[in-house]
Write a protein that binds this ligand. Sequence first.
Ligand SMILES: [Zn+2]
Ligand SMILES: [Zn+2]
Length: 362
Amino acid sequence: MATSRAAVVTSYHQPLEIQQVEIPELNGISMLVRIDASTLCGTDVHRWEGGLGDEALPFVTGHEPCGYIEVMNAPRVDIFNRPLAVGDRIVWSYVSCGHCYYCTVALQPCLCRGRASWGHNRSDQFPYLLGSCAQYMYVPVECQIVRVPDRISSATAAASSCAYRTIMHAYDRLGAIKSHETVLIQGSGPLGIFAAAVAREHGAKKVLLIGAPAGRLETARRMGVDELIDMDVVTEESDRVAWVKDETDGRGADVVIQCATANAVPEGMRMLRDGGRYVSVGVGGRAAMPIGDLPGEMTLYTVRSGEPRHWLQAIDFLDSRWDSYPFEEMISESYDLDGVNDAMEAMASFRVVKAAIYPNGR
Ligand SMILES: [Zn+2]
Ligand SMILES: [Zn+2]
């Protein structure tokens, strides 16, 4: 076992190549994980198109892995300081440098300038395997490791490695949801639908959602949404704003969580009550609005990535609520590694909610 099959981006917007990529020598407590499932997200599409600016060709695509520890040369512990063993099924955090202003003074490690993340690193330089659409992946020394309980599928655990942990980070920034508060979610992708379930479990009085298409909205209802509207049906922004006001005694929502794109921010601001809290999660897009149109005394949060505890919170949420919500419905299509180009196309054209790749077979 000297190489691993991996889906490699060799030039932007061109078909990915399935290559044999070198398996690195392990140093210290670094590990090799056998990938069980890798989910794709919009960020992978943007990097494939060369649009994120952090890509270095050639790179192994994918940053949402879940897998089994295959090789571990030195004792290592999980996020709870419990010993890990070969064969454990895990997800693992990104790594902050620990030395920059954001790490040491501001204590905002997600903003670290030397942060290590996956799915955009050169596959022809050590440690080669830092993308999840591969049979094996290298886990650096500094990652925090979260064990995955048996009942969570590997694909859903993989989605917790980016989409779901980002939502947990967003709720961390928001603070407590009070029992009288209405939470509105913009967007019905995996982020938005997962955010609905978390709002429900955090005690919101009412959970509203605006999204499309109809099929996703069916899933959203089963994930804790009380009332929703279909953007394909209610096509005028003014009608959507009026609907939110109707649902909130004319005030607007106490909390709005943007899980679509930045294009949705002005509309979301018009749906927020004076003094409310707005969290912008979805990336991409541009929008402008007169600053005088903002709600009075509102609070705006943006969120980037997550800290190790958010990986844990996402896995813990899935485990403790596994029987209450149909999390698996958000994984809409499965592919072998050779199907990676079909998966990327399906994600790029929004034909699937979330594609799961099984690099070692299903
Ligand atoms: Zn740093
Ligand atoms: Zn992602």
